[in-house]
Structures are given as structure tokens and as C-alpha cells.
Design a protein around this ligand. Structure first.
Ligand code: NAD
Length: 268
């Protein structure tokens, strides 16, 4: 079988560089090319050198249509307004599309989901295989336990992160709530300070730490009298998101059109 040609959108970005490395290291795939925004100062630079690996003999480009033409699948970690255009192009050309861009407004999200009517789209707010497994496990554990187990979620991220709790912590909370058959919005306790009163039975609590260059730590604790279960994931480097996205890109080969998640890819 011939190798899958992967095109990378946002190739000069933090995730783009990690994706060049992950796609180069993956078996059964190669980097067909990478594009960044017009005017990006890295234009023409060798992709391997951009990614901190050996030269690949391919320069960073800015012609998105040409990238789609030579790719079996494109991976997009850019910005919402660019991802909307990329999703439209994927639908028009039938190119498989893996997207990790976050912060989409609901109209933008609809355009990306709609592209799944015409081509294979895999979308995730977190492409780490470990986090997706932790989310699935959290739902199963919550379903197996009653509310004599208090659920608390703690996350830690680097000092530059601007939102809290993290999207991943909220996804873990949604999974725990789904396992219990409740809606997270009805039971979430997102901050305690001062005379809070006793914990409400059935609440799902969140706590947030910020500091250093932590890529992302998450722990879900199920605490009953005299015993505790903890599910923990620790991200050491953003390469794990890139490896997950490349795994998803390989999974798209031969797949029917649809809007898929990492849970579909991992069969969780
Ligand atoms: P970044 O700012 O380092 O990189 C984004 C790149 O996209 C930049 O190089 C920018 O020039 C480029 N870009 C902008 N417009 C473009 C266009 N029209 N065409 C091509 N390239 C364009 O950001 P980052 O840290 O790499 O993150 C990118 C996105 O991925 C963010 O939304 C982030 O939240 C998300 N992200 C998702 C996951 C996940 O697992 N889903 C993990 C990490 C980051």
C-alpha cells in the first residue's frame, strides 16, 4: 500500500512544527507539504529544520489549494477563521481533514461539522490518546459508582494559560456527569472560597493550579469514605497532541464521509 500524503496547515506554529515531526516519524505516512499564513517570515524554510529534525527538502509554502491537491489528508492547527476556509476547501475537494483548532464560535463549528457531509472530518479539542482514554474511563467509573463517591477534578497548566478550568477538565467533567446521567451545568462547582458550607452531594468540583511550563496535568478523584479512586493524565510535551492527530490522519484512509471524534478513532 502506498504511503499516506499528509499536508500540514499552520506549519510554522507551535503545533505545526510538532506535526511535521510526528508525521515524519509515523509509519505509513509522509509529509507532502506545509502551509502557513501569507507573509509568514518562515516561508521557504525547510520543514525538517523548522521542526528541529533533519532537512526534508521541502520548503514552507503559502498556497493552500496546491497543498490540498497533493495531500490525501490535511491536518489543521491554526486559527478559527482560517480553519473555516480549510474545512470548506476539504469539503469541495473531498480531502480528508483533521482539525484541532480551538476557540471556534458556534457558526464556525457548524461549518466544520457540515464538511463531514462531503468528506472525512476528525475534530477534537484534545488529540492526546491518553486524555481521550482518561475521558472514557472517567465516564465508565462514574457510571459504576453512586454519589456516595464525591467527584473532584484538579488541573494544572503553565502560567500563560488564560482560561480556567481547561477545556480538557470540562470534558472530563462532562464525561463524569454523563456517566452519572446528569447535566454538568446542574452539578458543577467551579470555585470555593471562604464560608462555602458543606459539599453538596452529587456535585462535581473543579480546582485549578497555574505555574511553570506545565503542558497539562489532570486528575479526576472519586472520593468515598475510606477509599479513593484517581484517574490521572500528565502531558509532558505537545508532541502527544501531534502524534494523536497523525494517528487520526492515518485512520481516515478509506473511511466514509462523516464528522468524527477521537473517541471514534480510538473506538472508546
Ligand atoms: P500557534 O499560534 O503557534 O500556530 C498557529 C499557526 O497558524 C501560526 O503559525 C499562524 O501563522 C498559522 N496560521 C494563521 N492563519 C493561517 C492561515 N490562513 N493559513 C495557514 N496558517 C495560518 O498556535 P498553536 O499553539 O500551534 O495552536 C494552534 C491551535 O491548535 C490553537 O487553536 C490551539 O488551541 C490548538 N491546539 C489544539 C490541541 C488539540 O489537541 N486539539 C492541542 C494544542 C493546541
Amino acid at each position: 500500500m502506498s504511503e499516506l500524503a499528509i499536508g500540514i496547515l499552520g506549519g510554522a506554529g507551535r503545533m505545526g512544527r510538532a506535526l511535521i515531526r510526528a508525521a515524519t516519524e509515523a509509519k505509513g505516512a509522509h509529509v507532502a507539504g506545509a502551509v502557513d499564513a501569507p507573509g509568514n517570515p518562515e516561508r521557504g524554510k525547510d520543514l525538517g529544520l523548522l521542526a528541529g529534525i533533519d532537512a526534508l527538502g521541502i520548503g514552507l509554502e503559502n498556497d493552500v489549494a496546491a497543498l490540498f491537491a497533493k495531500s490525501d489528508v490535511v491536518i489543521d492547527f491554526t486559527v478559527p477563521r482560517a480553519s473555516v476556509e480549510h474545512a470548506r476547501l476539504a469539503a469541495e475537494t473531498g480531502t480528508a481533514y483533521v482539525v484541532g483548532t480551538t476557540g471556534l464560535e458556534s457558526g464556525q463549528q457548524t461549518i466544520i461539522a457540515d464538511a463531514g457531509q462531503r468528506t472525512v472530518v476528525v475534530q477534537a479539542a484534545n488529540f492526546s490518546l491518553g486524555v481521550n482514554l482518561a475521558i472514557a474511563l472517567t465516564e465508565r467509573v462514574a457510571a459504576a459508582l453512586d454519589d456516595s463517591f464525591d467527584i473532584e477534578i484538579v488541573e494544572m497548566h503553565h502560567r500563560h494559560k488564560v482560561d480556567a478550568p481547561s477545556g480538557t477538565a470540562l470534558a472530563l467533567g462532562r464525561a463524569a456527569a454523563a456517566g452519572r446521567g446528569v447535566n454538568l451545568d446542574d452539578v458543577a462547582d467551579r470555585g470555593r472560597d471562604g464560608m462555602t458550607g458543606a459539599r453538596r452531594r452529587g456535585d462535581i468540583g473543579f480546582a485549578v493550579l497555574r505555574g511553570g511550563n506545565v503542558a497539562g496535568d489532570h486528575t479526576v478523584t472519586f472520593a468515598a469514605d475510606d477509599e479513593r479512586i484517581e484517574i490521572t493524565h500528565k502531558a509532558g510535551d505537545r508532541i502527544i497532541f501531534a502524534r494523536g492527530a497523525v494517528h487520526a490522519a492515518l485512520w481516515t484512509a478509506g473511511r466514509k464521509a462523516g464528522h468524527y471524534s477521537m473517541r471514534d478513532v480510538l473506538e472508546l
